[in-house]
Design a protein around this ligand. Structure first.
Ligand SMILES: Nc1ncnc2c1ncn2[C@@H]1O[C@H](COP(=O)(O)OP(=O)(O)OP(=O)(O)O)[C@@H](O)[C@H]1O
Length: 873
């Protein structure tokens, strides 16, 4: 805030503000004053900018302070805007009734809303989790925790930065907590795209974390959760939970367990692979992702679960087949599928509704929603239990429609209950006799007054009496002047009009106070009864959470069935072999994007460890090489997620890791040369191979000169071929020189994406056929892209010349000679630079060096030498 001025002149209100603000220096403080939330100083400047509200100035102890505020009832409109803009918002409320205090009203922060800790529907996205992550840098491992306070999910894992990186990608946390001392480590490892918050270092201590967790779960150890051995994960989890209490979230019964993320049960994909395959994000804004295509879920819970299924495809054959069988069954019983989807659509977000019950933030209308959602489960459970399918029966057995809860809500809450309890009409009639009487009094006043009027008319004999009310006198009896003399003595005259007089009576006065009191009492009683209901409902947190999970699962399975029908997907066969065989496979995303009238050309792909381990795919630019690579990975992924696949038939031997690398991928932000990045990425694959890995290499080696590129691509392919894992690989390349490898290496096979060449153009057939290709057609593509003719014909001439002077044999010869020459001249020279190179080589540990690392080293040496050459010439 602006200068606070001399403290002596600061008003008591501002003094209170300053004390509270000092406790939340990094939050934007919304300070409740009367009916307004006010912001001051810097906070006001930011709030007015984000919310578009007026910024004013006020005198604060002699200094000017900025001020901006909004009415308290608009909190739900303004709060999400602040949080979405990345602000941490501290809500400071009046903690006592201003009417009941003579001094300054007590205030305190009741909630700190941050991007990772939000329960407000306007901040949350229905179909995505809102994870808070905490990351702990352990001595030799990282520990990570993910916590969604809106659903109660709490997960942890440990690993090296690669694993954590992948998890951060998958869970996409809205906020990441890190200890202050590791501020820079985090951005160095994981970039700057995450919203981070730095906590005091002491929070990240094992003892403290264990205590925080066991206190919360009310257990003596963490053994029951199967996470006891994850020391680093526990530290991270403790920090996440501690952050919730720091942000004033104390009612957290719905966070009832801490689960380990069992990565070994799922296909391993690293960050590059998730990105390259465009599973749920695309580098091109607005582009369609796999998730967009396959998400046919009808509920927010299902949609959130599908994201999880996509991030963690299964490796367990039985579990996969369980899903496949359920889908097959649903496809056979299409009326069952339609009914289930219809009912699922009617179910609200059970997970988030019950979390609101736990945190005490549920409103009356939401309790009715919860009841109606549970009611929709009844026919689902019935229908599922009648099905001859194990998976569906299992889901049925775990659905609990919580009858007592439904009955109680039905009995207690009006079907049309309001969002805001203060609007009244929440508690149903017949539930509380006291409430009914009060309501009678307050709302059936007309009858009461009519009776009183009748009585008074009979008593006084005045036939034209009238009872009415106004703001000044409240209720009164009006007597026309003609009957003035019949007015009883005890009536008190309040007003004289031209032709009438108005009186009040003792009975009328009493009645009035009773009505006013009744209205107040009704609100009080409604709040009290509702609060009791919410506490009572907390018994149902666990069954509702479990039911929500099962509905999400069912929703995903129904979605997959619909996906299969709509797009002609078929059931893949899953076995424990190490082969993959796909007939007429299609790319699930590209096939939906083709212009009208164009049909996707399906392709067969067979890969195995015995005869066809590496497929070298050559073909011109734009011919469809990348599409074949990616569709193979996507078909495997879909199959192991439990979905049907875009192919006429597919047999998939369980895959445990998928790696994809795209050459020359742009990674300038990391500050490394493109080529280095490409090599680093590739090196990490070569160090992690397994017999069940599927590797896709797209134009690896493109990021450097032709000679380097071919050498590296060759060396990598050779390494993969010779590696004991015999990992299945698809290698798309421009370098038709690589086709020569098939002659020497028995499990490398050449294929090309067929094109039809006419005199001056190329027709893409998009068909993968056996055999290599002669040249790379790049110039044809340039022509198609509209390059001027002049440029094209010049390029053609240069190409011819180059082809004459660089035949493949010549190229190989040259590489060999170059290497031999380098070795010779190398050790004869005695120069500081060469000395440095010599030292480096002597210190290399050949036993641990991978071929790619060796090539990288060679490349580095070559660079140094060429620098040297330039300098001397
Ligand atoms: N099988 C197919 N059927 C129909 N269209 C296809 C098929 N495969 C690819 N395409 C279309 O061709 C375009 C180019 O395909 P792709 O990116 O796979 O080519 P590429 O050979 O990898 O090209 P480059 O070498 O330039 O990366 C795709 O975006 C798609 O529109």
């Amino acid at each position: 805030m602006a200068k606070t001025g001399k403290t002596a002149r600061v008003t008591p209100l501002m003094k209170q503000y300053n004390t509270i603000k000092a406790k939340y220096p990094d939050a934007l403080l919304l300070f409740r004053v009367g009916d307004f939330y006010e912001t001051f100083g810097e906070d006001a400047v930011r709030a007015s900018k984000i919310l578009g509200i007026i910024l004013t100035h006020r005198n604060n102890g002699g200094d000017q302070t900025e001020l901006a505020g909004f009415p308290h009832h608009s909190l739900n409109t303004y709060l999400p805007k602040l949080v979405k803009a990345g602000e941490r918002v501290a809500i400071c409320d009046q903690l006592e009734d201003p009417k009941l205090t003579k001094t300054i009203v007590k205030r305190g922060v009741t909630e700190l809303v941050t991007p990772g800790v939000a329960l407000n529907d306007d901040i949350l996205q229905a179909t995505s989790n809102n994870f808070l992550a905490a990351l702990h840098f352990g001595p030799n491992k990282l520990g990570i925790a993910f916590l969604d306070v809106s659903t109660g999910e709490f997960l942890t894992a440990e690993g090296q930065s690669e694993q954590v990186d992948k998890l951060l990608q998958n869970f996409a946390p809205k906020e990441v907590l890190i200890s202050k001392q590791h501020r820079t480590d985090f951005s160095e490892l994981f970039g700057t795209s995450f919203h981070t918050f730095y906590m005091e270092d002491w929070v990240f201590q094992e003892d403290f974390a264990r205590e925080t967790l066991t206190n919360h779960f009310k257990t003596s150890t963490l053994k029951g959760f199967g996470v006891d051995h994850l020391n680093q994960g526990i530290v991270a989890s403790g920090a996440a939970l501690h952050y919730l209490s720091e942000t004033q979230h104390r009612r957290l019964q719905h966070i009832s367990s801490l689960k380990r993320i069992a990565e070994e049960d799922h296909i391993w994909m690293d960050r590059f692979t998730i990105k390259n395959l465009e599973l749920y994000h695309s580098t091109n804004e607005g582009a369609v992702t796999l998730l967009d295509i396959i998400d046919k879920t009808r509920s927010a819970m299902g949609s959130r679960m599908l994201k999880r299924w996509l991030a963690f495809p299964l490796k367990n054959q039985k579990k996969i087949q369980f899903r496949h069988q359920a889908i097959s069954h649903l496809l056979d019983q299409d009326t069952v599928l339609a009914k289930l989807q219809g009912w699922i659509k009617q179910i609200g977000d059970l997970e988030r509704l019950i979390s609101k019950v736990a945190t005490g933030k549920v409103n009356p209308r939401e309790t009715v929603q919860l009841k109606n959602s549970l009611e929709a489960l009844v026919p689902i459970k019935q229908l599922l239990s009648e099905q001859q399918n194990e998976a569906l029966k299992e889901i049925a057995s775990q659905l609990d429609s919580c009858e007592p809860l439904r009955n109680r809500v039905k009995e207690m809450i009006f079907e049309e209950a309001p969002v805001n309890i203060l609007k009244g009409k929440t508690i149903a009639e017949g539930y509380s006799s006291e409430l009914d009487e009060l309501r009678n009094l307050a709302f059936s006043g007309k009858d009461h007054l009519d009776q009183m009027l009748k009585r008074e008319m009979e008593r006084t004999g005045i036939s034209s009496l009238k009872i009415a009310s106004n703001n000044v006198f409240g209720y009164y009896i009006e007597v026309r002047n003609t009957h003035k003399d019949k007015v009883p003595e005890e009536w008190i005259r309040k007003q004289t009009l031209v032709s009438a007089e108005r009186y009040i009576t003792e009975e009328l006065k009493e009645y009035e106070t009773k009505i006013l009191g009744a209205e107040e009492r009704i609100l009080e009683l409604e709040q009290q009864l509702f609060a009791q209901l919410v506490v009572w409902m907390q018994e149902y947190i666990h069954p509702i959470q479990q039911t929500a999970q099962q509905i999400a699962r069912l929703d995903c399975l129904c979605g997959f069935a619909q996906l299969a029908v709509e797009n002609g997907y078929t059931l893949p066969l899953i076995d424990d072999s190490t082969s993959i065989s796909i007939e007429n496979g299609r790319h699930p995303v590209i096939e939906k994007q083709l212009p009208l009238g164009k049909k996707y050309v399906p392709n067969d792909v067979v890969l195995n460890r015995e005869t066809q381990q590496i497929i070298m795919i050559t073909g011109p630019n734009m011919s469809g090489k990348s599409a074949i690579l990616r569709q193979t990975a996507l078909i495997v992924l879909l199959a192991q997620m439990g979905s049907f696949v875009p192919a006429t038939a597919a047999r998939i031997g369980i895959v445990d890791k998928i790696f994809t690398r795209v050459g020359a991928s742009d990674n300038i932000s990391m500050g490394e040369s493109t080529f280095m990045v490409e090599m680093n990425e590739t090196a990490s694959i070569l160090n992690n191979l397994s017999e069940r890995s599927l590797i896709l290499l797209d134009e690896i080696g493109r990021g450097t000169s032709t000679y380097d590129g071919i050498s590296i691509a060759w060396a990598i392919s050779e390494y993969l071929h010779e590696h004991p894992s015999k990992a299945k690989t698809l290698f798309a390349t421009h370098y038709h020189e690589l086709n020569e490898m098939a002659a020497t290496f028995e499990r490398i096979k050449n294929f090309n994406v067929a094109v039809k060449e006419t005199k001056d153009t190329v027709l893409f057939l998009r068909k993968l056929v056996e055999g290599g290709s002669e040249h790379s057609f790049g110039i044809h593509v340039a022509k198609m892209a509209g390059m001027p003719n002049q440029v094209i014909s010049k390029a053609n001439k240069i190409l011819k010349k180059l082809e004459q002077s660089h035949s493949s044999e010549e190229l190989t010869d040259k590489l060999q000679t170059a290497q031999a020459e380098m070795q010779l001249s190398f050790f004869n020279l005695d120069d500081p630079l060469l000395e440095q190179i010599k030292e480096e080589i002597l210190h290399l540990d050949i036993d641990t060096l991978t071929p790619v690392e060796a090539l990288m080293k060679l490349n580095e040496i070559k660079r140094l030498l060429s620098k040297k050459k330039k300098a001397s010439s």
